[in-house]
Design a protein around this ligand. Structure first.
Ligand code: AHR
Length: 495
């Protein structure tokens, strides 16, 4: 039995909707043949696949990052504007193959408008120049009578787009990155870029390029950039075919957040920075299969969905520091949505994201879990990724996060029961509040054997929606083994 004490009078932070962010890269079939498919009967006049758009809309993404990823470090944005047939084809150095440039800045920004999501553009710090980066910002946001703003008008968009989020390069530390830099080189270049971009657009929200959050690279970059940027990025992927490694490895995000926060607070204190940057977890996901074929068409299982639900719980619990997080990626490449020429189907990892994004309220609140724990790790650490988490345990068998609205009359809880074999009884106890009427429950579990699948190699899930009748401030639920559950309640204050 697990007991969860929820106290909305103990807020953990205001939740930024950008924590439910996405990422789409020119990689494999993510853009071409994924969200964009000219000539498909399933696409609209702009070439956007309507089925994919519909499924992405359901996720209510706060922000969408583009165009990479590794791809961006050899991407010249001006190749991707103007009449499509006149756009040059270029070699893609990151993933191989060729880039047609038929989906470019105007298409991406039109896509974000269709989704109702804020765009986040990552700049090319590999082969790109500062002049080119400034031209990109001017093309998107320039409101004056200048040449690049004029080009935007010529291309059919007279009004500035107002793109706020700009990334200062992608993973510039890695030898897989075109034009990789040392941390010191990065700071020198990114400092010049940040100052110039702010001169052009003081409203730009800049993201410095981080690694794990606690690495020496992060330390040097945070020390050098903390006074110049609003966000510092972290990327971590996890995953394993060992069940326990897979479902617990996302706790590595807690180390990343603590590590980055400590470095940022240190820099802010020493440098007297009044508003230090927060964290953008701008690539995260489970990813351990299909990593060498360049298309990254990972097939997810329900264990992966539990990991994704846990990641999101961690971002919610740490939302005072994590102001943005971007699931990498959204379509076909390590993605919750898979397309064929005829249809678009969902992988298990779609569901925890859907339920989280659907239900999350204004403020993350304290949810204190007492119950069975997992410690030590039942499985050997066996992962393509180095991130060991055993030292962070013991871990609650049921991982929980809670949000409330500002008036404390609504509450949402997201619960991950990681026990693969047994159901777990959960008693939710409210402090100074009572449940007001029945509680809505949505539970996702792995499909039952023999259930029909939309695509033979894509695992299905079972989503069950129901209600529970609580008594006073206590609600008792039974979580099925290996399940993700959303609890939505109305509440009234008792004092
Ligand atoms: O999301 C796939 C790749 O992972 C991205 O291009 C890169 O930034 C990271 O290494």
């Amino acid at each position: 039995m697990t007991r969860i004490a929820v106290d909305p009078a103990r807020p953990l932070g205001t939740l930024d909707r950008n924590v439910f962010g996405g990422f789409v890269e020119h990689l494999g079939r993510c853009v071409y043949g994924g969200l964009y498919d000219e000539g498909s009967a399933l696409s609209d006049a702009q070439g956007f696949r309507k089925d994919v758009l519909g499924l992405l809309r359901e996720l209510r993404l706060g922000v969408l990052r583009w165009p990479g990823g590794n791809f961006v470090s050899n991407y010249h944005w001006a190749d991707g504007i103007g009449p499509k047939d006149a756009r040059p084809r270029r070699p893609d150095l990151a993933w191989g193959g060729e880039e047609s440039n038929r989906f470019g800045t105007d298409e991406f920004l039109a896509y974000c408008a269709e989704l109702g999501t804020d765009p986040y553009i990552c700049l090319n710090m590999g082969t790109g120049t500062l002049e080119e980066a400034l031209a990109w910002v001017e093309y998107c946001n320039g409101a004056g009578d200048t040449a690049w703003a004029g080009r935007r008008g010529d291309n059919g968009h007279a009004a500035p787009y107002g793109v706020r989020y700009w990334g200062l390069g992608n993973e510039m530390y890695g030898d897989w990155q075109v034009g990789a830099l040392s941390a010191e080189e990065y700071v020198r270049t990114a400092t010049r870029w940040a100052r110039a971009i702010k001169m052009l657009d003081p409203n730009a929200v800049l993201v410095s390029c981080g690694l794990t959050g606690w690495s020496d690279w992060d330390r040097v970059v945070i020390d050098g950039m903390a006074s110049l940027v609003e966000l510092h990025s972290v990327h971590i992927y996890t995953g394993s075919d060992d069940y326990w490694t897979n479902v617990l490895q996302p706790h590595q995000a807690e180390r990343a957040i603590r590590g980055a926060r400590a470095l940022i607070e240190r820099a802010a204190y020493i440098q007297k920075i009044a508003t230090p940057p927060r964290i953008a977890y701008d690539e995260w996901n489970v990813w351990f299969r299909n990593h060498d074929d360049g298309a990254l068409e990972e097939r997810y299982t329900f264990a992966d969905a539990l990991a994704v639900g846990t990641y999101l719980n961690i971002f919610v619990r740490n939302c005072d520091w994590v102001r943005m997080a971007n699931l990498a990626q959204m379509v076909n490449a390590i993605a919750p949505i898979v397309t064929t020429p005829e249809t678009a189907v969902l992988q298990p990892i779609y569901y925890p994201f859907l339920l989280h994004a659907r239900a999350a309220l204004d403020v993350a609140v304290d949810a204190y879990v007492v119950g069975p724990v997992v410690d030590p790790l039942p499985g050997d650490h066996r992962s393509r990724w180095p991130h060991r988490v055993a030292d962070l345990g013991p871990f609650n068998l049921v991982d929980a996060a809670a949000t409330a609205d500002a008036d404390r009359d609504r509450l949402a809880l997201t619960l991950v029961n990681r026990d693969p074999d047994h159901e777990e009884t959960v008693e939710i106890v409210l402090r100074d509040l009572a449940f007001d009427g029945a509680v809505a429950i949505a539970t996702v579990t792995a499909e039952e054997a023999g259930q029909a699948r939309d695509l033979p190699d894509v695992e299905g899930v079972r989503l069950q929606e129901g209600a529970e009748t609580p008594r006073g401030g206590t609600c008792v639920l039974t979580l099925p083994p290996k399940s993700f559950t959303l609890v939505e309640a109305r509440t009234t204050a008792t004092r």
